[in-house]
Write a protein that binds this ligand. Structure first.
Ligand code: GRF
Length: 208
């Protein structure tokens, strides 16, 4: 009983997730946060388009969610201001990008400096950009994988937090490689959020 009370009092890092699509990484984060001793909670999911399937999944888990449609804004700045307003209204300390397909401006990155995390389907710094799995596959590399990293102004270039390696076997199809990498993403993204949240909670983030 004492342990349960202590866990319910545990301070947790409030987190927002930004998505554009199916949201499988988002779901892996939501599931991880359901554990009583996980140091973060998912408080908000924002999608940049109506077609993002992850929005329904977030709703099914009872997570507050909204669509802020980038097409409705003439300027990226206005779109990002709307996102920031929403995130701030939920007092989120960490923002996880999970298949979020917009490039964030220097203004947004600086506003949340050191608090935005992304997952990318390659072993960074190799194969940056939107077609990372295809590019690695076509390059016939023996190993690829996935990386989590802090978001900096330059795309896919911030400090790496975790990586997982995947062997590409001769005869693997592109689809098989995508699935193998995605399965690893679902492991390292929750591990990453746990690690960063713990550092925030212990004020050690500057030592990272
Ligand atoms: C993942 O492969 C992730 O690495 C990349 O976009 C994809 C998103 O997939 N940034 P999902 O929406 O999380 O299923």
């Amino acid at each position: 009983m004492l342990i349960i009370n202590e866990l319910s009092k545990m301070k947790k890092i409030r987190t927002a997730i930004l998505i554009s699509g199916r949201g499988s990484n988002m779901e892996s984060l939501i599931k991880a946060c359901q554990a009583a001793n996980f140091p973060a909670t998912i408080n908000l999911v924002i999608a940049d388009r109506n077609s993002a399937l992850g929005v329904k999944i977030a709703g099914d888990y009872g997570i507050d969610n909204s669509v802020i449609d980038y097409k409705k804004f003439a300027k990226r700045e206005d779109f990002e201001k709307e996102i920031a307003k929403k995130i701030d209204s939920y007092n989120c300390q960490i923002i996880c990008l999970a298949g979020f397909m917009r490039v964030l401006s220097a203004w947004f990155v600086n506003r949340y400096q050191g608090r935005i995390i992304n997952i990318h389907p390659s072993l960074l710094p190799a194969f940056k950009g939107a077609n990372a799995v295809e590019d690695a596959f076509l390059a016939k590399v023996q190993y690829s994988g996935c990386s989590t990293h802090f978001v900096s102004e330059e795309i896919d270039s911030g400090k790496i937090i975790k990586q997982a390696r995947v062997k590409i076997k001769r005869g693997d199809s592109l689809e098989e490689v995508k699935m193998k990498i995605l399965a690893k993403e679902h492991i390292i993204y929750p591990q990453t959020l746990k690690k960063v949240s713990r550092l925030f909670l212990s004020d050690e983030i500057n030592d990272f």
